[in-house]
Design a protein. Structure first.
Lengths: 224, 224
DNA sequence: GTGCGTTGCCAAGGCAGCGTCAAGATCCGG
DNA sequence: CCGGATCTTGACGCTGCCTTGGCAACGCAC
């Protein structure tokens, strides 16, 4: 999960932000001064920084410059002042976004999500590995001991749906609807045929599958 | 020089933005509808998009989704409405920034600079080599054993799109929208024709391609 | 053990998708 | 206005995928 560095000298605001961010699954570190912020940013390598411009010890632009000297971490600036000139200065100093206080928490969180999303142009390796094969969802390929496995469109589509819900049992109706469309909800034989070919192509022993499992009477499950 | 696509149905605002952006050295293209915006974005490949949410023909989120389906170009959203919920929706749909009308021109320009600065963090090696040929993306040239290979504009465009996503399967719709525009999403025969000429010009054995591969039923893939 | 529903497996026919070719249509420089 | 390059369009086999039906194996309830 992502780490966020919150920099503000108002303890109440820091606490409010911390609570909201933690509730969304972020890890939060806080600093009350510009010097502390630079220090923490260097040691923690956060995924985003929320920075109040009105710090007691340093000018906001200097904090931004201090960060930008060595990192491209997204910086989201908070400020009580509406002054346009200051916004321009902060953005040109290298900030990624600017939010005026008082702000809505939902908006701040959305802007933070947008900033972090941009900050990681590698949206994580969407790659799922088992002991016997590897699925690369973004590249749309499957490899088994080094070699590319050739899958037909339908085979791939079915595998993709299963792999996106690892460990979960997906019932027939759901799989059929997602792969073939709502009109095919009753054609459970399709599933039998295609699960069979997937097992033949991916499982070491198709007769005793280890990853493409049947949950009798309920559906199928993918186990990494 | 950066190109900016301005999307707004208010001619006065479009003119004001155009004048200001041109004065700063940007190249400006404009659209008044969502459909026009998607079309222009596909053909012009702008470096940033300024998008008004209140378009006559499409919902703003749909325009964002239509762009995000195939490009990471920075999107800066304009809206008259202050509603927080709409901001959140636009940002989560993939927008990079959100500015409430009326806005200060200086602030808008600063945010635009920040967005474009973020959007081009890849000076990177714009050169891709395979065993049989080399693609120089920045120079727009391809060489096969020392000699320049002559490509027509369309051939080059198609090769470029494939080469920018090495190893990934790109489906027909995506390739067609990027090379020919959204209106050609169904013309899969274009792909067949141009993949054939690319193979003839680049592959040692066009009948058994090693780098320009077809993923039957799903799309094409470039393998370095 | 028996009966029933569910699942795995196989093979054959129809057909969609792909590669290929060639003939207009269009664009562009001279 | 002409000639060549480029793009568009249609047609035609062919490969291989999807569909379909039938049958055997299996597990579970009785």
């Amino acid at each position: 999960m992502s780490t966020v560095l919150v920099v503000d000298d108002d303890p109440a605001l820091v606490r409010a932000l911390t609570i909201n961010l933690r509730a969304r699954g972020y890890q939060v570190h806080a600093a009350a001064t510009g010097a502390g912020a630079l220090q923490l940013a260097a040691t923690d390598a956060p995924d985003a920084v929320v920075l109040d411009l009105g710090l007691p010890d340093m000018d906001g632009s200097d904090v931004i410059a201090g960060l930008r000297g060595w990192t491209d971490v997204p910086i989201l600036v908070l400020s009580a002042r509406e002054h346009s000139r200051q916004k321009v200065a902060a953005l040109d100093a290298g900030a990624d976004d600017y939010v005026v206080k008082p702000f809505g928490m939902e908006e701040l969180l959305a802007r933070l999500r947008a900033a972090i999303r941009r900050g990681t142009p590698t949206p994580a390796e969407p790659r799922i590995t088992t002991e016997d094969f590897t699925i690369d969802l973004s590249a749309g390929r499957v490899t088994a001991d080094g070699r590319d496995v050739k899958l037909t469109p339908t085979e791939w589509h079915l595998l993709e749906v299963l792999a996106r819900h690892p460990g979960k049992v997906l019932d027939h109706g759901r799989l059929l609807t997602e792969v073939w469309g709502p009109a095919y909800r009753e054609q459970t034989n399709y599933l039998r045929v295609y699960m069979a070919t997937l097992r033949r192509k991916l499982e070491p022993d198709a007769a005793h599958p280890r990853h493409l499992l049947t949950e009798a009477g309920r559906g199928y499950r993918f186990e990494p």
